[in-house]
Design a protein around this ligand. Sequence first.
Ligand code: PLP
Length: 420
Amino acid sequence: MAFMRVAKSSTLALNEQSRALEAAGRRVYRFGFGESPFPPPQRVQLALREAAHRKDYTEVAGLPELRERIAAFHQEADGYPIQREQVLVAPGSKPLLYNIMRAFQAAEVYLPGPSWVSYAPQARLAGHEVIPIRTSFAGRWRLRPDALEQALSANEPSTRQKLLVLNYPGNPDGLTYSVDELRALTEVIRRHRLWVLSDEIYALLHHRARHVSLASLYPERTLVTTGLSKWCGAGGWRLGALILPPAAPTALVDALLGLGSETYSCAPAPIQVAALAAYELDEELHAFLAAQRRILRAIGAAVHAAIRETGCRVHAPQGGFYLLLDFSPCADALRRQGIDDDSQLCERLLADSGVALLPGGAFGLPGGSYTARLAYVDFAGEAALQEAENIEEKAASYAAKMLEGIEALGNWLRQLNSSR
Ligand code: PLP
């Protein structure tokens, strides 16, 4: 019997492996799974409790009042006009991303690498050609306008639709684009009339609150995805949102609604009601966001400094909660130990030292370039929120277990370098 071959998402697989090691009594440093360490705000949790009786299906697009609220929220947070009709709500941004892919037909999907694990599998499932665009450590893993231009011209002439996927602040790199970098990219994007899927799920966790949405620069064809998973600490609640361009073709909107109605029907009604409380950009919420940013900035800085001590190359984080480690300075020592790629590197590292990282290959990087993603979320987020005012002094103690793990990583690398 033949079934479609779809590998389990690598992040989930690693989480299971780490749990199994822990169950066997091993100390595991969980850097593999990128889940927010913070709880949703009390008022949002309360709203969910009170909405338990909501057993109705809602409109596929989401509750009208929630779409309205999300439009107003992002209009204020991102500084560009958004109407309620532009917002679609779904059970997580992942199904929205997939349905966007499905709504296009036999397109060229331009994918700068490294990129989040699910874009390429989703694009292939939707029947598209994935055109990877390489970026580099030296270029801060940023998509450069000339690299985009080159990838586009290499595929010309073409009558296919062209979709570019961007994600910033980024998973797995923790880096973002400056407004000048975005403007330069927009010139190429506009010239080629690209559709852009701009995954801005970490936008509100830009460590300095300086996120610029691509939709504010290229409103014609930018599809922004976002949701409660990261900034509201509610990944398992499953609530995502899509902000469509103001003049989105009716055929695209109909396709998305049709796909939604044939797959998930709607986001869970109680979660949508709770989301009404989350998407209220009042002082309390501003303070909640500011506290998370401050904590992530302080802990990110401590973890980044410790990683640099190990001999790995890494850029200072700008948003979200990831670092992309580049082990290439240790390439000779790794090869001497028979470690030929990033998967073997992560397997050996986990088995020898209990440090769980995700191989860069999962994010579209070449295995032989020895990269791996580290998520710095293994700390007491709820307690840290109470002490956000002076978290800088306490970052090392909150990050103690992670710093211990990084020391284990450093020791492992030192041993590797010293053995012949
Ligand atoms: N996009 C990126 C870059 C992510 O890291 C994640 C979750 O890890 C998602 C999308 C999916 O988020 P959601 O929980 O909204 O489906």
